[in-house]
Design a protein around this ligand. Structure first.
Ligand SMILES: Cc1ncc(COP(=O)(O)O)c(C=O)c1O
Length: 348
Protein backbone atom coordinates (compact mmCIF):
# COMPACT_ATOMS: atom_id res chain seq x y z
CA UNK A 1 0.00 0.00 0.00
CA UNK A 2 1.40 3.38 -0.98
CA UNK A 3 -0.08 6.86 -0.77
CA UNK A 4 -1.13 6.43 -4.42
CA UNK A 5 -3.63 3.72 -3.48
CA UNK A 6 -5.66 6.37 -1.67
CA UNK A 7 -6.73 7.77 -5.04
CA UNK A 8 -9.32 5.66 -6.90
CA UNK A 9 -9.13 4.91 -10.61
CA UNK A 10 -11.83 4.03 -13.14
CA UNK A 11 -9.91 0.94 -14.31
CA UNK A 12 -9.34 2.32 -17.79
CA UNK A 13 -5.69 1.40 -18.13
CA UNK A 14 -3.73 -1.65 -19.10
CA UNK A 15 -0.59 -1.14 -16.99
CA UNK A 16 2.35 -1.37 -16.77
CA UNK A 17 3.13 -0.22 -20.29
CA UNK A 18 6.29 -1.86 -21.64
CA UNK A 19 9.70 -0.31 -21.00
CA UNK A 20 11.91 -1.43 -23.89
CA UNK A 21 15.31 -0.75 -25.41
CA UNK A 22 15.11 0.98 -28.80
CA UNK A 23 17.60 -1.30 -30.51
CA UNK A 24 17.09 -0.15 -34.11
CA UNK A 25 17.30 3.54 -33.26
CA UNK A 26 20.28 2.99 -30.92
CA UNK A 27 22.17 1.38 -33.80
CA UNK A 28 21.19 4.13 -36.21
CA UNK A 29 22.32 6.89 -33.84
CA UNK A 30 25.24 4.96 -32.41
CA UNK A 31 24.03 5.67 -28.87
CA UNK A 32 23.86 2.57 -26.67
CA UNK A 33 21.38 3.47 -23.93
CA UNK A 34 18.11 4.41 -25.62
CA UNK A 35 14.80 3.26 -24.15
CA UNK A 36 11.13 3.80 -24.82
CA UNK A 37 8.17 3.84 -22.45
CA UNK A 38 5.27 2.51 -24.50
CA UNK A 39 2.45 4.72 -23.27
CA UNK A 40 0.96 4.33 -26.72
CA UNK A 41 -0.34 1.09 -25.13
CA UNK A 42 -2.02 2.49 -21.99
CA UNK A 43 -5.35 1.10 -23.22
CA UNK A 44 -6.41 -1.10 -26.11
CA UNK A 45 -9.52 1.06 -26.58
CA UNK A 46 -7.54 4.28 -27.00
CA UNK A 47 -4.07 4.67 -25.52
CA UNK A 48 -1.56 7.48 -25.16
CA UNK A 49 -0.68 9.67 -22.20
CA UNK A 50 -4.16 11.08 -21.64
CA UNK A 51 -5.54 7.78 -20.40
CA UNK A 52 -3.36 7.84 -17.28
CA UNK A 53 -4.97 11.16 -16.34
CA UNK A 54 -8.47 10.10 -17.33
CA UNK A 55 -8.22 7.01 -15.13
CA UNK A 56 -8.21 9.29 -12.08
CA UNK A 57 -10.37 12.05 -13.54
CA UNK A 58 -13.24 9.83 -14.60
CA UNK A 59 -13.13 8.01 -11.25
CA UNK A 60 -13.62 11.44 -9.66
CA UNK A 61 -16.52 12.14 -12.05
CA UNK A 62 -18.20 8.89 -11.01
CA UNK A 63 -17.53 9.38 -7.30
CA UNK A 64 -19.17 12.82 -7.47
CA UNK A 65 -22.22 11.50 -9.33
CA UNK A 66 -21.83 13.47 -12.56
CA UNK A 67 -23.38 12.11 -15.75
CA UNK A 68 -21.68 14.43 -18.23
CA UNK A 69 -18.14 15.65 -18.74
CA UNK A 70 -17.08 18.64 -20.78
CA UNK A 71 -13.54 19.23 -21.95
CA UNK A 72 -11.56 21.50 -24.24
CA UNK A 73 -8.96 21.36 -26.99
CA UNK A 74 -8.14 22.12 -30.59
CA UNK A 75 -10.17 20.34 -33.27
CA UNK A 76 -8.72 16.84 -33.54
CA UNK A 77 -7.23 16.96 -30.01
CA UNK A 78 -5.99 13.60 -28.75
CA UNK A 79 -7.09 14.53 -25.25
CA UNK A 80 -10.65 15.22 -26.45
CA UNK A 81 -10.73 11.97 -28.40
CA UNK A 82 -9.45 9.96 -25.43
CA UNK A 83 -12.08 11.62 -23.22
CA UNK A 84 -14.85 10.75 -25.70
CA UNK A 85 -13.79 7.10 -25.96
CA UNK A 86 -13.31 6.47 -22.24
CA UNK A 87 -16.39 8.42 -21.12
CA UNK A 88 -18.53 6.29 -23.39
CA UNK A 89 -17.05 3.14 -21.84
CA UNK A 90 -18.22 4.35 -18.44
CA UNK A 91 -21.66 5.42 -19.70
CA UNK A 92 -20.95 9.14 -19.32
CA UNK A 93 -22.05 11.82 -21.79
CA UNK A 94 -19.20 13.82 -23.24
CA UNK A 95 -19.13 17.30 -24.77
CA UNK A 96 -16.02 18.55 -26.56
CA UNK A 97 -15.35 22.27 -26.92
CA UNK A 98 -13.05 22.74 -29.90
CA UNK A 99 -11.02 25.59 -31.39
CA UNK A 100 -9.58 25.71 -34.95
CA UNK A 101 -6.42 23.81 -35.81
CA UNK A 102 -4.24 23.24 -38.90
CA UNK A 103 -6.00 20.54 -40.99
CA UNK A 104 -4.39 17.11 -41.02
CA UNK A 105 -5.26 13.46 -41.51
CA UNK A 106 -5.23 12.72 -37.80
CA UNK A 107 -7.49 15.71 -37.06
CA UNK A 108 -10.20 14.17 -39.26
CA UNK A 109 -9.55 10.73 -37.78
CA UNK A 110 -9.92 12.03 -34.23
CA UNK A 111 -13.08 13.99 -35.00
CA UNK A 112 -14.71 10.92 -36.56
CA UNK A 113 -13.54 8.71 -33.70
CA UNK A 114 -15.08 11.10 -31.17
CA UNK A 115 -18.28 11.18 -33.21
CA UNK A 116 -18.48 7.40 -33.28
CA UNK A 117 -18.17 7.30 -29.49
CA UNK A 118 -21.17 9.62 -29.16
CA UNK A 119 -19.43 12.88 -28.25
CA UNK A 120 -21.29 16.17 -28.70
CA UNK A 121 -19.36 19.09 -30.15
CA UNK A 122 -19.18 22.82 -29.51
CA UNK A 123 -16.95 24.49 -32.12
CA UNK A 124 -15.89 28.11 -31.85
CA UNK A 125 -13.64 30.23 -34.06
CA UNK A 126 -11.95 31.84 -31.05
CA UNK A 127 -11.76 31.68 -27.26
CA UNK A 128 -14.25 34.47 -26.36
CA UNK A 129 -16.87 32.81 -28.58
CA UNK A 130 -16.07 29.45 -26.97
CA UNK A 131 -16.64 30.94 -23.48
CA UNK A 132 -20.04 32.28 -24.59
CA UNK A 133 -21.11 28.97 -26.11
CA UNK A 134 -19.96 27.04 -23.05
CA UNK A 135 -21.87 29.38 -20.72
CA UNK A 136 -25.01 28.68 -22.77
CA UNK A 137 -24.37 24.94 -22.62
CA UNK A 138 -23.87 25.02 -18.84
CA UNK A 139 -27.10 26.94 -18.38
CA UNK A 140 -29.12 24.57 -20.57
CA UNK A 141 -27.64 21.50 -18.87
CA UNK A 142 -28.41 22.88 -15.43
CA UNK A 143 -32.01 23.68 -16.37
CA UNK A 144 -32.50 20.19 -17.87
CA UNK A 145 -30.64 18.03 -15.33
CA UNK A 146 -30.26 20.20 -12.22
CA UNK A 147 -26.49 19.58 -12.33
CA UNK A 148 -23.62 21.12 -14.30
CA UNK A 149 -21.27 18.94 -16.38
CA UNK A 150 -17.94 17.96 -14.77
CA UNK A 151 -15.32 20.28 -16.24
CA UNK A 152 -12.09 18.59 -17.28
CA UNK A 153 -9.44 21.25 -17.90
CA UNK A 154 -7.66 21.27 -21.30
CA UNK A 155 -5.37 18.27 -21.59
CA UNK A 156 -6.78 16.85 -18.34
CA UNK A 157 -4.10 18.87 -16.56
CA UNK A 158 -5.64 19.38 -13.14
CA UNK A 159 -4.36 17.90 -9.89
CA UNK A 160 -6.50 14.77 -9.86
CA UNK A 161 -5.36 13.93 -13.41
CA UNK A 162 -1.70 14.71 -12.76
CA UNK A 163 -1.66 11.91 -10.17
CA UNK A 164 -1.70 9.52 -13.13
CA UNK A 165 1.84 10.57 -13.99
CA UNK A 166 3.09 10.54 -10.41
CA UNK A 167 1.97 6.94 -10.40
CA UNK A 168 3.66 6.37 -13.77
CA UNK A 169 7.03 7.04 -12.11
CA UNK A 170 6.35 4.40 -9.45
CA UNK A 171 5.65 2.03 -12.34
CA UNK A 172 8.84 3.09 -14.14
CA UNK A 173 10.95 2.65 -11.01
CA UNK A 174 9.65 -0.87 -10.49
CA UNK A 175 10.45 -1.76 -14.12
CA UNK A 176 13.95 -0.24 -13.91
CA UNK A 177 14.66 -2.35 -10.81
CA UNK A 178 13.16 -5.55 -12.25
CA UNK A 179 14.63 -5.26 -15.74
CA UNK A 180 18.05 -4.02 -14.62
CA UNK A 181 17.79 -0.96 -16.85
CA UNK A 182 19.86 2.11 -15.89
CA UNK A 183 17.96 5.01 -14.33
CA UNK A 184 17.48 7.39 -17.28
CA UNK A 185 19.50 10.59 -17.12
CA UNK A 186 16.93 12.28 -19.31
CA UNK A 187 13.29 11.52 -20.06
CA UNK A 188 12.05 13.16 -23.29
CA UNK A 189 8.32 14.02 -23.28
CA UNK A 190 6.26 16.45 -25.38
CA UNK A 191 4.36 19.05 -23.36
CA UNK A 192 1.42 21.37 -23.89
CA UNK A 193 -0.94 21.64 -20.90
CA UNK A 194 1.99 20.38 -18.77
CA UNK A 195 0.18 17.80 -16.62
CA UNK A 196 2.21 14.90 -17.98
CA UNK A 197 5.62 16.42 -17.33
CA UNK A 198 4.69 17.92 -13.96
CA UNK A 199 3.34 14.57 -12.77
CA UNK A 200 6.55 12.90 -13.92
CA UNK A 201 8.70 15.55 -12.21
CA UNK A 202 6.80 15.23 -8.91
CA UNK A 203 6.96 11.45 -9.19
CA UNK A 204 10.73 11.58 -9.71
CA UNK A 205 11.11 13.75 -6.61
CA UNK A 206 8.87 11.50 -4.53
CA UNK A 207 10.48 8.23 -5.70
CA UNK A 208 14.01 9.61 -5.34
CA UNK A 209 15.13 9.05 -8.94
CA UNK A 210 17.93 11.11 -10.44
CA UNK A 211 16.32 11.58 -13.87
CA UNK A 212 15.49 14.94 -15.41
CA UNK A 213 12.38 15.43 -17.49
CA UNK A 214 13.13 17.19 -20.78
CA UNK A 215 9.78 18.71 -21.66
CA UNK A 216 9.62 19.47 -25.37
CA UNK A 217 7.29 22.40 -25.74
CA UNK A 218 4.86 22.22 -28.67
CA UNK A 219 2.50 25.13 -27.90
CA UNK A 220 2.63 28.88 -27.31
CA UNK A 221 3.84 30.21 -23.94
CA UNK A 222 0.24 31.04 -23.05
CA UNK A 223 -0.23 27.36 -22.18
CA UNK A 224 3.14 26.32 -20.88
CA UNK A 225 4.76 29.25 -19.11
CA UNK A 226 6.54 29.33 -15.75
CA UNK A 227 3.40 30.39 -13.86
CA UNK A 228 1.35 27.51 -15.29
CA UNK A 229 4.10 25.11 -14.23
CA UNK A 230 4.46 26.49 -10.71
CA UNK A 231 0.69 26.68 -10.10
CA UNK A 232 0.04 23.14 -11.31
CA UNK A 233 2.99 21.81 -9.27
CA UNK A 234 1.79 23.55 -6.08
CA UNK A 235 -1.88 22.73 -6.58
CA UNK A 236 -1.15 19.06 -7.29
CA UNK A 237 0.98 18.67 -4.16
CA UNK A 238 -1.64 20.45 -2.07
CA UNK A 239 -4.34 18.15 -3.49
CA UNK A 240 -2.32 14.99 -2.88
CA UNK A 241 -1.33 16.08 0.62
CA UNK A 242 -4.98 16.47 1.68
CA UNK A 243 -5.47 12.71 1.40
CA UNK A 244 -1.85 11.68 1.88
CA UNK A 245 -0.28 14.01 4.46
CA UNK A 246 2.60 11.55 4.86
CA UNK A 247 4.27 12.55 1.56
CA UNK A 248 7.53 14.45 2.15
CA UNK A 249 7.89 18.19 1.59
CA UNK A 250 9.19 18.92 -1.88
CA UNK A 251 10.80 22.05 -3.18
CA UNK A 252 9.85 23.63 -6.50
CA UNK A 253 13.39 24.98 -6.83
CA UNK A 254 14.62 21.40 -7.17
CA UNK A 255 12.02 20.36 -9.76
CA UNK A 256 13.74 17.95 -12.19
CA UNK A 257 12.19 19.61 -15.21
CA UNK A 258 13.88 21.33 -18.14
CA UNK A 259 11.47 22.98 -20.56
CA UNK A 260 12.99 22.89 -24.04
CA UNK A 261 11.52 25.72 -26.11
CA UNK A 262 14.01 25.71 -28.97
CA UNK A 263 12.31 22.97 -31.00
CA UNK A 264 8.94 24.75 -31.26
CA UNK A 265 8.20 26.05 -34.76
CA UNK A 266 6.07 28.91 -33.38
CA UNK A 267 2.86 27.39 -34.75
CA UNK A 268 0.94 24.65 -32.97
CA UNK A 269 0.68 21.38 -34.94
CA UNK A 270 3.24 22.51 -37.51
CA UNK A 271 5.69 19.79 -38.50
CA UNK A 272 9.41 20.61 -38.57
CA UNK A 273 12.29 18.95 -40.41
CA UNK A 274 13.25 17.24 -37.16
CA UNK A 275 9.73 16.01 -36.41
CA UNK A 276 9.42 14.62 -39.95
CA UNK A 277 12.72 12.80 -39.55
CA UNK A 278 11.53 11.43 -36.20
CA UNK A 279 8.29 10.10 -37.69
CA UNK A 280 10.29 8.30 -40.40
CA UNK A 281 12.94 6.96 -37.99
CA UNK A 282 10.39 5.70 -35.44
CA UNK A 283 8.54 3.79 -38.15
CA UNK A 284 11.60 2.47 -39.98
CA UNK A 285 13.76 1.58 -36.97
CA UNK A 286 11.15 0.71 -34.32
CA UNK A 287 7.89 0.12 -36.25
CA UNK A 288 6.14 2.74 -34.13
CA UNK A 289 3.73 5.33 -35.60
CA UNK A 290 4.16 8.90 -34.35
CA UNK A 291 2.41 12.16 -35.26
CA UNK A 292 3.97 15.55 -35.90
CA UNK A 293 2.26 17.67 -33.24
CA UNK A 294 3.57 15.98 -30.09
CA UNK A 295 5.25 12.61 -30.13
CA UNK A 296 7.59 13.26 -33.06
CA UNK A 297 8.66 16.61 -31.62
CA UNK A 298 9.97 14.90 -28.48
CA UNK A 299 11.74 12.13 -30.37
CA UNK A 300 13.15 14.74 -32.76
CA UNK A 301 14.65 16.60 -29.79
CA UNK A 302 16.26 13.40 -28.49
CA UNK A 303 17.72 12.62 -31.91
CA UNK A 304 19.03 16.17 -32.22
CA UNK A 305 20.68 16.04 -28.78
CA UNK A 306 22.38 12.74 -29.64
CA UNK A 307 23.57 13.96 -33.04
CA UNK A 308 24.92 17.16 -31.50
CA UNK A 309 26.81 15.13 -28.88
CA UNK A 310 25.01 16.76 -25.95
CA UNK A 311 24.25 13.49 -24.21
CA UNK A 312 27.27 11.24 -24.71
CA UNK A 313 27.31 8.28 -22.32
CA UNK A 314 23.87 9.16 -20.93
CA UNK A 315 20.89 6.88 -20.65
CA UNK A 316 17.91 8.37 -22.50
CA UNK A 317 14.25 7.46 -22.20
CA UNK A 318 11.73 8.49 -24.82
CA UNK A 319 8.17 8.55 -23.42
CA UNK A 320 5.78 7.72 -26.26
CA UNK A 321 2.57 9.63 -25.54
CA UNK A 322 0.70 8.92 -28.80
CA UNK A 323 -2.10 6.35 -28.98
CA UNK A 324 -1.35 3.37 -31.23
CA UNK A 325 -4.68 1.52 -30.90
CA UNK A 326 -6.25 1.21 -34.33
CA UNK A 327 -9.73 2.75 -34.34
CA UNK A 328 -10.20 2.75 -38.09
CA UNK A 329 -13.16 0.35 -37.93
CA UNK A 330 -15.04 2.94 -35.89
CA UNK A 331 -14.00 5.75 -38.20
CA UNK A 332 -14.97 3.86 -41.36
CA UNK A 333 -18.67 3.92 -40.42
CA UNK A 334 -18.81 7.64 -39.80
CA UNK A 335 -20.08 10.40 -42.06
CA UNK A 336 -18.53 13.79 -41.41
CA UNK A 337 -21.90 15.34 -42.34
CA UNK A 338 -23.08 14.21 -38.90
CA UNK A 339 -20.58 16.60 -37.29
CA UNK A 340 -21.65 20.21 -36.66
CA UNK A 341 -21.58 22.20 -39.93
CA UNK A 342 -18.68 24.41 -38.82
CA UNK A 343 -16.39 21.35 -38.77
CA UNK A 344 -17.21 20.18 -42.32
CA UNK A 345 -14.53 22.44 -43.77
CA UNK A 346 -11.82 20.10 -42.42
CA UNK A 347 -13.14 17.35 -44.72
CA UNK A 348 -13.47 19.43 -47.92
C1 LIG B 1 0.18 12.71 -28.02
C2 LIG B 1 0.31 13.75 -26.96
N1 LIG B 1 1.50 13.87 -26.32
C3 LIG B 1 1.69 14.80 -25.37
C4 LIG B 1 0.69 15.69 -25.01
C5 LIG B 1 0.97 16.73 -24.00
O1 LIG B 1 0.55 16.38 -22.72
P1 LIG B 1 0.21 17.50 -21.67
O2 LIG B 1 -1.04 18.20 -22.16
O3 LIG B 1 -0.01 16.76 -20.41
O4 LIG B 1 1.35 18.43 -21.61
C6 LIG B 1 -0.57 15.60 -25.65
C7 LIG B 1 -1.65 16.54 -25.30
O5 LIG B 1 -2.69 16.59 -25.92
C8 LIG B 1 -0.75 14.61 -26.64
O6 LIG B 1 -1.92 14.48 -27.29
Amino acid sequence: MTFLDKFPTANLTNLPTPLEPMIGLAEELNHAALYIKRDDLTSKDYGGNKVRKLDFLLADVQAKGYKEVITFGYAGSNHCTATAVHSKKLGLNCTLVLLPQIPSYYLKYNLLTSLSFGAKFIYAKNKPLAYLKVAGHFLRTFIKRGKLPYRIEPGGSMPVGVIGFIKAVAELKEQIDKQGIPVPDRIYVPCSSMGTVIGLAIGIQLMGLTSKVHAIKVVDDEYSNDKVIKDLYDNTLQFVRKKAPEIPDLSFTDIPLVVRREFYSGTYAQSTDLSKQAVALAMKKQGIPLENTYSAQALGALVDDVRNKKVEGQSLLYWNTFNSADLSIFVADQDYMDLPKDLHGYFA
